[in-house]
Design a protein. Structure first.
Lengths: 240, 240
DNA sequence: ACAAAAGTGTTGGAGATACACCCATGA
DNA sequence: TCATGGGTGTATCTCCAACACTTTTGT
């Protein structure tokens, strides 16, 4: 084989984590804290999607789980890889390069990002704690502003992937609290599908699911007729 | 940031190229020729999917196009990225390692494969020529045997991806010759979907496509009633 | 005339859509 | 008693699936 120079690049793993609370679809974002040594040239710190470069000691999967452990405390059950971001211009601007040097690596190697999205029940995870050097926050997806690098694009693509997956997986099982009302479930579907649904038709549709269980229990403390609570009968499904 | 060792890996780009001929779905495979210096420890050379490591001088896209140029002579119009193969065991066996050292790189770094599939009109490409050090052949997908590394898995995943995409893209437009009969089109759909279709229902379905044009032309030299020929009205579609 | 594939419509059923009123609770 | 969201059934329409015979050509 002729002599040739193989590309020297880094791999990053990024995971868009979705949660649901108070009738809003939320995404987990990381705000880095400026380091004490103060070498930082970035004025206003933009938030990022949880992620990191893959380390020499780990596989892709291990890297993904390390990231989730760090920011969520544990790995969610629902994880799906959805895209590769390899556009050379994804880390072009000076601010992006500063951010990357500061929080990821001093190398200037190109980075190819492998991206997953995760669905979590927000009450089972408590990332509101501040971890070392970073703060995790849940933000309404409608209120996300400028993120670092191409993370807005990654988020956008994750949402569109989630939308496509809406009818293929039991999204509600993964993201709703253990007990929920049918209106909550419908609201979740409406947010993800980005369209209004007819209440009666929606109920006909979801009542075909045989893993949806009606409980002998009702909402409490609401200003109207209390809704019946439901839960999912959790059956493990295989993801690819 | 603490000191930490970033993973040192290589990226490979692999492209499963599908063609259609004589009522058979075909895939382009590469048979490497043993090099003259004879350092090869591999007895029977297995075929591989066209691909290569990404080089330092190129982007992912450039790498993909270099590979397609080398084996096809040109880049197909339809290209879709479909998966990332990063399982550490994908290059585990001794034969795999030998093959990789011989034809890809002497490094023993882990390789993450980014995979595309392509659809081509076989009569517009002529890869039957022998390029330097390798021979390209079209093989009926039903007759593919052992490939190198995890390329059987990559092919299998490509086929299942193609199957899922069958109803979302005009597969026939990309892969059939310019003029074709409705029976050819139906046969193509049947091979990909792996099920028999009803002729009348199929025609009802595909005649909804407004980019399918009936020609004033018929098949020639067949032993039965000659079929009408059709073509697609090519309208550029955007892939993601 | 025969062999071989081309070409062509209708019907029934399932599933999706559209739509409006009464109910239970807390304030 | 009022405000709020919870809960329910029917009629229509659209789409899909099943199904068989006639036509045109070459030999």
């Amino acid at each position: 084989m002729e002599k040739r120079k193989i590309a020297d690049i880094n791999i990053s793993v990024e995971c868009v984590v979705f949660g649901y609370d108070n009738n809003r679809l939320k995404v987990l974002l990381i705000e880095q804290k400026p380091p004490p040594n103060g070498q930082l040239s970035i004025d206003s710190l933009q938030a990022s999607i949880p992620g990191d470069l893959m380390l020499a000691s780990e596989s892709i999967d291990q890297c993904l789980h390390r990231i989730l452990k760090e920011y969520l405390g544990a790995a969610p059950e629902f994880l799906k890889q959805f895209h590769v971001f390899a556009n050379p211009s994804r880390m072009k601007g000076l601010i992006d390069k500063d951010w990357h040097r500061q929080f990821r690596s001093h190398h200037d190697k190109p980075v190819i990002a492998l991206t997953w999205y995760a669905l979590v029940q927000m009450n089972n995870f408590n990332p509101e704690i501040e971890s070392v050097g970073a703060k995790a926050i849940w933000l309404d997806i409608a209120k996300v502003e400028d993120l670092v690098l191409d993370h807005n694009l990654i988020l956008k693509k994750a949402i569109s992937e989630l939308r496509e997956d809406l009818l293929h997986y039991d999204i509600g099982l993964e993201i709703l609290p253990d007990k929920f009302t049918l209106s909550q479930l419908q609201n979740l579907y409406e947010i993800i599908a980005d369209e209004q649904l007819d209440k009666r038709n929606f109920r006909k549709m979801i009542k075909k699911m045989d893993n949806l269980i009606a409980l002998n229990e009702k909402q409490q403390g609401v200003l109207h007729k209390p809704a019946q609570l439901f839960r999912y009968n959790k059956v493990k499904k295989e993801l690819m």
